[in-house]
Design a protein around this ligand. Structure first.
Ligand code: ATP
Ligand code: MG
Length: 400
């Protein structure tokens, strides 16, 4: 017998009443989707717990996939036995051998939920501990900082022995908070903003503005790669690619240089909002962080915000660049983000961008442009694709 299942724990405090059912079934669905590369893996739910049954799939690889799924507080390998003392001793022994092959310190924690079980939890703690130590001479007990904590739960349907707990990503399962439209550039910040939005349970659509021939296909590929990386944390990302050249050239002709970026952002928001509305999405997201650049001051944000009534979420608003970079590295987007391809925002940009644009003036300059036409035309010509997480290398090979 080996630890052939994983017990998944989630942050129960945030999950109450009717939401709990929604949370649980969504988490199960997301876990299945993430583990679909191992068709032998199954899941089950009982007594408010979610279990993953390996059925021969490699445990460590499955564990590392689970560490990409939001809504999981922690998980542990688990074995279920009959309500029988000898069976528990043997499960605890096997779990110790599997988790601590070279020996180490252990602690046993018993919870007796099934009160009919004839032995009390303190007594069971001692009996299991002695049995494990007897069979594993290189192990000792350390109740403060054990290498392995064996958690034993005596329940009505059996006894569960778990050990080797690992932390999950936390957050809420993607899909339990509705959908959001991320403005995804090829830069460092917006993919990280998307990650944090997913962490709070949003399913993502992403919109990218490109300006061919000033921006090229490699810049687009970069954005697709970033979306693919984000999809690994969720259930896929619908990406809308919007042609922005006509709008950008019109802005460049009509608007004073130092207000161009503000007007550009306002157009981006209008277009993002129009696509979001078509998709019944009710929030927009950007990678802005307060004071990071001239277009991300409070005055700029005030002037930019005027054009939309949708909630505009900025998950990174209070983060330092260094924190964002560290997170980008952790989630695997950094290397792609720093590839040197032009983004439409860097084209024709003035060096003296206003840090305190005047919202009324900006609206005045803009009023000489055919606003609705520019928005409609770009939105009509947007190209939409559904981006899924990458398959593991060996799976991809099979398809060749
Ligand atoms: P990023 O690293 O995300 O590009 P940044 O610090 O370079 O951020 P800006 O270029 O000022 O910031 O852009 C601010 C935000 O506007 C971005 O985080 C992104 O949400 C959005 N944005 C900018 N350019 C584009 C684009 N070409 N397509 C879609 N969204 C964009
Ligand atoms: Mg940028």
């Amino acid at each position: 017998m080996k630890a052939d299942s994983l017990l998944i724990r989630y942050a129960e405090l945030s999950v109450k009443g009717k939401n709990r059912k929604k949370f649980e079934s969504r988490l199960e669905k997301n876990v299945r989707k993430k583990l679909a590369v191992w068709p032998e893996v199954t899941t089950s739910r009982s007594f408010g717990r979610l279990y993953v049954h390996l059925n021969g799939a490699p445990r460590l690889e499955v564990e590392s996939a689970l560490q990409d799924v939001f809504g999981i507080a922690s998980f542990s390998p688990v074995m279920r036995t009959e309500l029988d003392e000898e069976a528990v001793f043997s499960a605890a022994d096997l779990m110790t051998k599997e988790m601590l092959p070279g020996g180490g310190t252990i602690k046993v924690s018993v919870r007796r939920i099934e009160k009919q079980f004839p032995v009390g939890s303190q007594e069971m703690n001692q009996r299991i501990g002695s049995a494990v130590l007897r069979n594993n001479p290189s192990c000792t007990v350390d109740v403060h900082q054990p290498d392995l904590e064996l958690k034993v739960e005596i329940r009505t349907d059996g006894i569960y022995v778990s050990g080797g707990q690992k932390p999950g990503l936390g957050g809420l399962p993607v899909g339990t908070s509705g959908r959001g439209m991320l403005l995804l550039s090829g830069g460092i910040d917006s993919p990280v903003a998307g990650y944090y939005a997913m962490k709070r349970g949003l399913t993502l659509d992403a919109v990218h503005f490109h300006s061919p021939p000033y921006t090229n296909d490699r810049a687009l590929q970069k954005v697709k790669d970033l979306a693919r990386r984000l999809a690994a944390y969720g259930v896929g990302v619908r990406l809308h690619i919007v042609p922005f050249t006509a709008c950008q050239l019109a802005i460049h002709q009509q608007v004073p240089d130092n207000c161009e970026i503000t007007v550009m952002r306002r157009f981006m928001l209008r277009m993002a909002e129009a696509i979001a509305a078509q998709q019944d999405i009710k929030a927009l997201l950007t990678g802005e962080s307060l004071g990071q650049v001239a277009s991300q001051t409070i005055d700029s944000m005030y002037a930019i915000n005027q054009v939309t009534t949708m909630p505009l979420l900025r998950p990174l608003i209070t983060m330092d660049k260094m924190e964002v970079i560290a997170q980008a590295e952790r989630i695997g987007t950094y290397a792609t983000s720093i590839l040197p391809f032009e983004d439409c925002c860097t084209l024709f940009l003035a060096s003296d961008v206003k840090t305190r644009p005047n919202a009324e003036k900006v609206a005045y300059y803009e009023s000489f442009l055919p606003i609705q036409e520019l928005v409609d035309e770009a939105v009509e010509n947007a190209e939409t694709m559904y981006i899924q997480a990458e398959q593991p290398a060996d799976e991809a090979d099979d398809l060749l």
